[in-house]
Structure formats: structure tokens, C-alpha cells
Ligand binder design. Structure first.
Ligand code: SF4
Length: 210
């Protein structure tokens, strides 16, 4: 896609899907980190419903680090992959207390050294907590970036690197939520609605997807 068309596509995404995203309920950075961790393969609504009970039962990193696993699991049972997520939160709490003086670090490298924290969670956290630009590549971002010709890979990290070259930095944070919204509404995995898509005039895959 040409630079000019990319600019037009980004402008259309801003207009149609907005530039802001709703944040999770949290008071401290570790709570935000765990909310984002919980949101993987779950809906934001499920996470929003579980957070008050979780943070009421475990109001500090120490209480999360020391809690028996089944007690943490019981608070997030409505969330997908709750067993592994409970384990990650407990181990991550211990690592934050041991290695980072109980503070969530500000760099991608340090964040992904924590148990259960991958690039996606880390990038989302840095954007939400500190407004540090990063591109979060989930399944929607990967699929649509490939269809738009911004990337040519099935590997999330390679797509992230490709997007860093194509997109202006001020779009890095918001491209995630915009493409998630576009993927859910129009550019679905199977049978995308190209005839209804405002990006079709600029999209090399328009009308070519099964
Ligand atoms: S034209 Fe079709 S393939 Fe391209 S972004 Fe729109 S829905 Fe997706």
C-alpha cells in the first residue's frame, strides 16, 4: 500500500472507530498489569466483572503473592484459562516483589522477564500506564495488517516490526483497538464484508478473501 493510501486508511480508522479506548478499573500499576493479563482470550466485560472481587480479596501484591492458588482461581473462575492466569498472577507478584521492589517496570525487556507477561500484555501495559508507544499485535491486527498489505507474515513479532515501519508513531497505540473493532464488525476472519468496508478502495485484498 502506498504511503498516501496508508494515511487515508489511518484517517478513516480514526473517524470510524475513534482514538480512545476504555481502560480497566485499577488504582495501581500492578492491578492494571493483571487486568490486561486476564483479558487475553476473554472479553473486557468478563474482566471488568471479576476485578472488584479479585482486588478486594487481594488488595496488595504481598497478599496475591502469598495467597493459595485455589483462592486466586476462585476469584477469576468466570475468565478463560483461569487456572494458568491465577498461577501467572501469583508468580508475577512474587517476581515483582523480589526483583523490582514491588513496582511494575517501565521497559518492555523487564516486563517480558516476568512470569506470564508476553509482548502483547507488556505493550498494552506500557501504552495504558505510561503512554509509551507500542504496537500490540493480536489475531485481528495480524489478519487485517496482512490483508491491507502492511505486513506479510503469520508471526506476531514480524507483523509488529513491519507495522513499526509503516505506521507513524502516534498511531501505534490506537491501531490495536481500531483493528479489533474493524475485525469484529467488518473484516472478519471468514467472509469479510468487503462490500461494506470503507477501506475497500485502498485494500489490495478487497473482494479476494474467501
Ligand atoms: S476490504 Fe475486505 S479485506 Fe480489506 S480491510 Fe475491508 S473487509 Fe478487510
Amino acid at each position: 500500500m502506498t504511503k498516501e493510501n496508508t494515511e487515508t486508511v489511518l484517517s478513516l480508522l480514526d473517524t470510524v472507530y475513534g482514538t480512545e479506548k476504555d481502560g480497566f478499573l485499577h488504582h495501581e500499576h500492578w492491578q492494571l498489569l493483571f487486568a490486561i493479563l486476564l483479558s487475553a482470550q476473554s472479553t473486557d466485560k468478563q474482566v471488568d466483572e471479576a476485578l472488584p472481587g479479585l482486588f478486594e480479596a487481594f488488595p496488595t501484591l504481598d497478599s496475591m503473592a502469598e495467597a493459595p492458588l485455589p483462592d486466586i482461581e476462585a476469584k477469576i473462575r468466570s475468565i478463560g484459562l483461569y487456572r494458568s492466569k491465577a498461577k501467572h498472577m501469583k508468580n508475577c507478584s512474587q517476581a515483582l516483589l523480589t526483583h523490582f521492589d514491588g513496582k511494575v517496570p517501565k521497559t518492555l525487556k523487564e516486563l517480558i522477564s516476568l512470569p506470564g507477561i508476553g509482548r502483547k500484555t507488556a505493550n498494552l501495559f506500557l501504552a495504558d500506564a505510561f503512554q509509551i508507544p507500542g504496537i500490540t499485535v493480536d489475531t485481528h491486527v495480524k489478519r487485517i495488517s496482512n490483508r491491507l498489505g502492511w505486513a506479510d507474515s503469520d508471526d506476531a513479532y514480524k507483523v509488529e516490526l513491519a507495522l513499526q515501519k509503516v505506521l507513524p508513531v502516534d498511531h501505534w497505540i490506537r491501531i490495536n483497538i481500531q483493528l479489533i473493532r474493524h475485525g469484529r464488525a467488518i473484516c472478519k476472519s471468514k467472509r469479510p464484508k468487503c462490500s461494506e468496508c470503507m477501506l475497500a478502495p485502498y485494500c489490495p485484498s478487497a473482494g479476494k478473501q474467501p
